[in-house]
Design a protein around this ligand. Structure first.
Ligand SMILES: Cc1ncc(COP(=O)(O)O)c(C=O)c1O
Length: 364
């Protein structure tokens, strides 16, 4: 009987990375202690104590923080608000996270894919794009740290350069950073929000990767003038967010569990990342190149020759390994990413990762 398929497709934490029992205790506690708030309607911007914690962490007034039902729901609000206020094309690095690309396509936005390399988005390409078109762009969407799908991070110099360009062109930028704290080694780099100061830069993160995705709690740190319009979109979509999961996250933090849990998650994911890099070197060395992320969930694989990873994904699935072909991380019809794939190391054990890569290599 075939075993359970090995999934490199799921950008999700392995079940043992979720602190389920501790969260259950937090749920019980907040429901009893703060039930009149967590089971009621309330502010569209989210559960006040958590909102205040986020505001303090980022050194901004609480009015600039809006908690969202995961980061992706917030992206939907941000994109709609930004495109309504400043219609125009949206600039993205290529490859980029596929769900926002789909949201933007649905909004009817023109999406311009800018090249990136191992140091992240190429500033010269951004500058050339802005200079070559007379009409202003709506915004830049970027994932500077442990990017989905590539695992790459924007270098320190490029962060500074991109902020210069953003200022010169008065370009709004959305910095999506759900993986930044999931760092295995190396020093953290300043966020675009820190470098820019929060006039043009909006920062978003989420507790999906640091606590659990099922709490569906993300947040946005918005420029002063943008926060109320953004919050209004939340109110007119769901009135107020579910407070119970936001309060669970807050209670988890209040109990001092956030940092130790994060450390455990970092250690677990580091050994999974190491297993994947080792197996790639052993079985695909000389036939492919791949990113070496210092954190996050993903390795980006570029196969040599003309292997079509859409075909490979079908053969791999039949053999019991799931991967995501690269093409879906580029704007539709661009023809890019044909020989690439996203490999998530977050879901499987190191041993299954090694087995899965060996199997994948044999199918190439
Ligand atoms: C880059 C990026 N942004 C946002 C999200 C959305 O996360 P959530 O909606 O769970 O907060 C993800 C999820 O994988 C992601 O990879």
């Amino acid at each position: 009987m075939p075993g359970t398929p090995i999934s490199f497709a799921r950008g999700a934490p392995a079940p043992d990375l979720i602190p389920a029992l501790e969260l259950a205790e937090c749920a019980h506690e907040v429901a009893r202690r703060d039930g009149d708030k967590v089971f009621a309607y309330g502010p569209g911007g989210g559960y006040a104590p958590l909102r205040e914690w986020v505001a303090e962490r980022h050194g901004v007034p609480v009015e600039r923080v809006v908690l969202t039902v995961g980061g992706l729901q917030g992206f939907v609000f941000y994109a709609a608000e930004q495109l309504a206020r400043r219609p125009g094309r949206v600039l993205v690095e290529a490859p980029s996270y596929d769900r926002p690309l789909k949201v933007l396509a649905r909004e009817g936005a023109e999406v311009v894919a800018l090249p990136m390399d191992d140091e992240g988005l190429e500033p010269d390409a951004l500058e050339a794009e802005l200079r070559n078109r007379s009409e202003p762009a709506s915004f830049l969407y970027t994932i500077p740290t442990f990017q989905n799908p590539s695992g790459r991070s924007l270098s320190q110099d490029r962060r500074a350069r991109i902020v210069e360009i953003v200022r010169e062109h008065e370009l709004a930028v959305l910095e999506d950073d759900p993986y930044g704290l999931v760092r295995f080694e190396g020093a953290a780099r300043p966020s675009l929000l820190e470098l820019e100061g929060g006039t043009l830069a909006t920062y978003t993160s989420s507790f999906s990767k640091t606590v659990a995705p099922g709490v569906r709690t993300g947040y946005f740190v918005l420029p002063q003038g943008d926060a109320s319009g953004f919050e209004e979109r939340a109110v007119s979509t769901y009135i107020s967010p579910p407070f119970l999961p936001e309060a669970i996250v807050w209670e988890f933090i209040r109990r001092g569990r956030f940092e130790p849990n994060l450390e455990r998650v970092q250690n677990e994911l580091r050994s999974r990342r190491d297993a994947m890099l080792r197996a790639l070197a052993q079985h695909l060395g000389g036939h492919a190149s791949w990113s070496t992320p210092e954190g996050g969930y993903f390795v980006w694989l570029d196969l040599d020759g003309d292997t079509d990873t859409s075909d490979l994904a079908v053969r791999a699935e039949n053999a019991g390994v799931a991967i995501v072909p690269g093409a879906g991380f580029f704007p539709a019809g661009s023809g890019l990413g044909r020989s690439s794939a996203r490999l998530a190391f977050s879901y499987e054990t190191p041993q299954r990762i090694a087995e899965g890569i060996e199997l994948l290599a044999s199918l190439r």
